[in-house]
Write a protein that binds this ligand. Structure first.
Ligand SMILES: Cc1cc2nc3c(=O)[nH]c(=O)nc-3n(C[C@H](O)[C@H](O)[C@H](O)COP(=O)(O)OP(=O)(O)OC[C@H]3O[C@@H](n4cnc5c(N)ncnc54)[C@H](O)[C@@H]3O)c2cc1C
Length: 390
């Protein structure tokens, strides 16, 4: 069993360019990410300088158009990069995924002028993004958001509070969903707000169970003024933009979840081959061998599902239902596999001397963000019920 333990995952990469990209990613992980992950997570340190390096290396714009500084990579490749980054450190993998989510609106719905002006800096110019949909009183029921944007001449004035914002307080730009019309989804518009806008402030980061290096904070918009040139898409189109971003973002969360699960399995395998009880490695006992076999099988199933959804997206076909399924299966898998990894390590698994307890704490948040897994089931069920039910 030992020979498989530390092997890198064999990747399904469509091009030579993608294989080169993976060599770069693995080198960056080994040199810049993995050695600091445990200590920086413990200290709650966000590696802002690492994100500048990732941006300079082309890793913050991978699935976007090279005309605007992106990497032109299919989602199939981008997601596997996310998986490896998240396996090394979830704060980094999820951070890249959230940044990508924040770029989605402008890249998909912005005007050519907006894209030319902003996207190169967002995709490869060192800027870090955040996505602001949730509010203190609207999480799952996101369409009931209350943050308001009021038109004043050529400007919009934004007032309200956003909650749970990943990179809140440190991002260079925020994609913000605000109400410009009546109640419900049709009254929402998207804006690109600079991080240093007057009237924009952040609360102290939340004290979280895991992913402590990733700042999550409330953002207060106190009459933040942005020109109409920073409105993304049409008035009233914001919620559709937000949901479209989430379809793609959920695939990112799925890939991150499989990364965390893979890291937990790798550690469990390593430990099980070294730890001896009753005169032999614990990996010899069928009770653990079957558990490890189940963990590996669940990971492969999750990886296959997120890749299948990614290939639909790459082919320009609908993938919303499959993205919800991938998010649901992969994050539930991460929770199960990381919990089992703690079990494989016994008492040692419950201590901070080994990384599996951190993986278990990290897996939990993935069942919650970008639509809880209850919401994913609602999305899937709506698709099963047919177009009228959506
Ligand atoms: C670490 C972290 C980072 C985050 N980052 C961001 C970010 O960058 N940007 C952003 O906009 N948001 C972000 N979020 C917010 C996240 O998307 C929300 O927490 C999530 O959507 C759930 O909303 P809520 O917490 O208000 O829970 P609620 O919506 O209040 O849900 C509470 C419980 O009720 C269940 N529930 C609610 N409605 C239903 C229903 N109809 N049927 C069945 N069950 C239901 C939920 O599944 C959940 O179990 C982040 C959250 C966390 C924890």
């Amino acid at each position: 069993m030992s020979e498989g333990a530390a092997q890198p995952v064999e990747r399904q990469l469509p091009t030579e360019e993608a294989r080169d990209l993976f060599a770069l990613v693995r080198e960056l992980i080994q040199r810049e990410i993995a050695p600091h992950a445990a200590a920086e997570e413990e200290a709650g340190h966000f590696p802002r300088e690492l994100f500048t390096l990732l941006s300079a290396s082309g890793l913050l714009g991978l699935p976007y158009d090279s005309e605007f500084g992106g990497g032109d990579q299919p989602y199939e490749v981008y997601l596997q990069v996310l998986e490896e980054l998240a396996a090394a450190r979830l704060t980094v993998g999820l951070g890249v995924s959230v940044h990508s989510l924040a770029c989605h609106g402008l890249a998909g719905y912005g005007t050519k002028e907006q894209q030319t002006e902003h996207l190169p800096d967002m995709l490869g110019g060192g800027l870090l993004g955040a996505y602001c949909l949730s509010e203190p009183s609207s999480g799952s029921d996101a369409a009931s958001l209350r943050t308001k944007a009021v038109r004043e001449g050529d400007d919009w004035v934004i007032t309200g509070t956003k909650a749970w914002i990943t990179h809140g307080g440190i991002a260079d730009f925020y994609t913000v969903l605000a109400r410009t019309g009546g109640e419900g989804a049709r009254g929402v518009t998207a804006f690109l707000v600079p991080g240093d806008a007057a009237g924009l402030g952040a609360a102290a980061p939340e004290k979280k169970m895991g992913m402590k290096g990733s700042p999550t904070a409330q953002l207060h918009f106190d009459g933040v003024r942005v020109p109409d040139a920073r409105r993304i898409g049409d008035e009233g189109q914001g919620f559709a933009i937000a949901l479209s971003a989430l379809d793609s973002g959920r695939l990112g969360i799925a890939a991150c979840a499989i990364g965390v699960a893979q890291a937990a399995l790798t550690e469990a395998l390593r430990y099980a081959t070294e730890r001896r009880q009753f005169g032999r490695p614990i990996a010899d006992f069928q009770g653990l061998r079957f558990m490890l076999a189940d963990m590996a099988t669940q990971i492969e199933a999750g990886r296959a599902l997120y890749l299948a959804a990614a290939r639909l997206r790459d082919a320009g076909r609908p993938f919303s239902k499959e993205a919800a399924m991938a998010k649901l299966l992969c994050t539930d898998t991460a929770m199960k596999v990381t919990t089992d990894a703690v079990q494989v390590l016994g008492g040692y698994g419950y201590t901070a001397d080994f990384p599996v307890e951190r993986y278990m704490r990290e897996a939990k948040v993935l069942q919650i963000v970008e639509g809880t897994n209850q919401i994913q089931r609602m999305v899937i069920a709506r698709h099963l019920a047919g177009p009228e039910a959506r």
